[in-house]
Design a protein around this ligand. Structure first.
Ligand SMILES: NC(=O)c1ccc[n+]([C@@H]2O[C@H](COP(=O)([O-])OP(=O)(O)OC[C@H]3O[C@@H](n4cnc5c(N)ncnc54)[C@H](O)[C@@H]3O)[C@@H](O)[C@H]2O)c1
Ligand SMILES: [Zn+2]
Ligand SMILES: [Zn+2]
Length: 423
């Protein structure tokens, strides 16, 4: 079968890989009909998230059809259409039963304290082959995959594998209450999805910060208020927009590959921090293999954290879903302490949130489809990776799979979700 294989930092390839086989009674083999590229995959290629095995199949977002199940999988049959949660969980331990699937005691071969297991991730995260492949082995298949009604398309369901559950979780972490003013840092796919999730959870005003023009336009399509950090200092802008108080809640949907502003007042204000940011980046990503302007690690790893703490109101809450790997040690802790902030963070408990999101999509409350700006066949996957990495115009969420009437396939971008839009 064809799969996207990680060979090293700056080196991924589309190549032939062995077909997966049932290895355990709770396994299923799924024929992947749609997969997608996540910002997390970019960390692996840029070098900001270490520890992958050479030869690992990448990808942790998938929709597909069950081909085969082990004897312990009593709830699925070959032919069932499912969305696969990015994280893997046993369903038996106390953490899974409490809905903390990302902290499952049993899924990680490294033991109960070894941390979250997800497809196509570092050895420390289980080292499982991923979903950017024609077929995948899904462990704990009696727990993970969520069956899809016919009324939910592949294009909708693929965004329920990781992006929407993570955004929903981020809005929960941020403790959004009715009427709250919420800032979302990062207008990538996760940040875009967070707009709809924050709104559905009651946000009154939603302000999105990024430096990429077309991503901000996509956020504006969803009727978020937008702030371009290359044109304004985002902290100053948000204080001005909120009567000097700051926002009640922040969702950090950026993570370790945060960028510094390239121009404008925020760039000037941060000029003196240049060396500090360079040092942070080189400590966090000691090995980097950029290829021109592709696979370049973020040049200000702690900047989203700093801005979040500065723009939130006193006694506010910050929900962090942008990924920070274990080697990140920089956080503006004292400033957060002095403001009595609440900080919540972590890997999404995908399985906990997916069923309700499937219902919302089936019921018409949520339509994730417009976030998909390009629909590429596996054939073009390497170019799709590079273009997404460079955040080129129009490339917000890259879905891999057969192009059909369910994907936009061409140039269209659109407003996700709850509000409709102009495109
Ligand atoms: N917690 C989880 O379980 C989970 C799940 C999925 C994704 N993630 C993480 O969420 C993050 C976003 O994922 P994505 O797919 O949207 O990635 P992405 O790389 O497409 O989006 C990141 C966005 O942040 C913007 N950005 C960069 N620096 C910024 C700054 N200083 N301030 C504001 N915005 C800035 C970028 O321009 C980009 O649009 C990644 O870190 C990813 O690893 C976490
Ligand atoms: Zn992801
Ligand atoms: Zn468990």
């Amino acid at each position: 079968m064809k799969a996207v294989v990680w060979h090293g930092i700056g080196d991924i390839r589309l190549e032939d890989a062995p077909d997966p086989k049932i290895e355990d009674t709770h396994d299923a083999i799924v024929r992947v009909t749609s997969s997608a590229i996540c910002g997390t995959d970019l960390h692996f290629v840029r070098g900001t998230m270490p520890g992958l095995r050479e030869g690992l199949i990448l990808g942790h977002e998938g929709v597909g059809v069950v081909e085969e199940v082990g004897g312990g999988v009593r709830n699925l049959r070959p032919g069932d259409r499912v969305v696969i949660p990015s994280t893997v969980a046993c369903g038996v331990c106390s953490y899974c039963r409490a809905g903390y699937h990302a902290q499952c005691d049993n899924a990680n071969p490294g033991g109960r304290r070894a941390g979250t297991v997800f497809f196509g991730g570092p050895e420390a995260a289980g080292g499982l082959d991923g979903l950017q492949a024609e077929y995948a082995r899904v462990p704990y298949a009696h727990v993970g995959p969520v069956p899809l009604p016919d009324t939910v398309t592949d294009a909708q369901a693929i965004l329920l594998s990781d992006i929407y559950p993570t955004a929903w979780f981020g809005a929960k972490l941020a403790e959004i209450r009715t009427g709250d003013t919420v800032a979302i840092l990062g207008a990538g796919p996760v940040g875009q999805a967070a707009i709809a999730c924050a709104r559905l959870q009651g946000a009154g005003r939603i302000i999105v910060v990024d430096g990429v023009h077309d991503r901000l336009e996509l956020a504006r399509d969803q009727h978020a208020e937008v702030v371009d950090f290359n044109a304004e200092d985002p902290v100053e802008a948000i204080l001005e927009m909120t009567g000097g108080i700051g926002v009640d809640r922040v969702i950090d949907a950026v993570g370790v590959d945060a960028e510094r502003p390239a121009r404008g007042p925020a760039a000037e204000a941060l000029a003196e921090k240049a060396e500090e940011f360079d040092r942070e980046r080189d400590e966090i990503a000691p090995e980097q293999h950029p290829d021109g302007d592709t696979w370049v690690p973020g040049n200000a790893p702690s900047l989203a954290s700093r801005w979040a703490v500065q723009m939130v109101a006193k006694a506010g809450t910050i929900g962090i879903i942008g990924v920070y790997p274990p080697q990140v040690e920089q956080y503006p802790f004292g400033e957060a302490f002095m403001k009595n902030l609440t900080l919540k963070m972590g890997n999404c408990h995908h399985r906990h949130y997916i069923p309700q999101l499937v219902s919302m999509v089936a019921g018409g409350t949520l339509d994730p489809t417009p976030l998909i700006t390009r629909w590429e066949g596996m054939r073009d996957v390497m170019e799709a990776y590079r273009t997404f990495d460079r955040r080129e115009e129009g490339w917000t969420k890259v879905v891999l799979g057969e192009s059909d009437d369910r994907g936009s396939g061409g140039t269209s971008t659109g407003a996700a979700t709850t509000a409709g839009g102009r495109r």
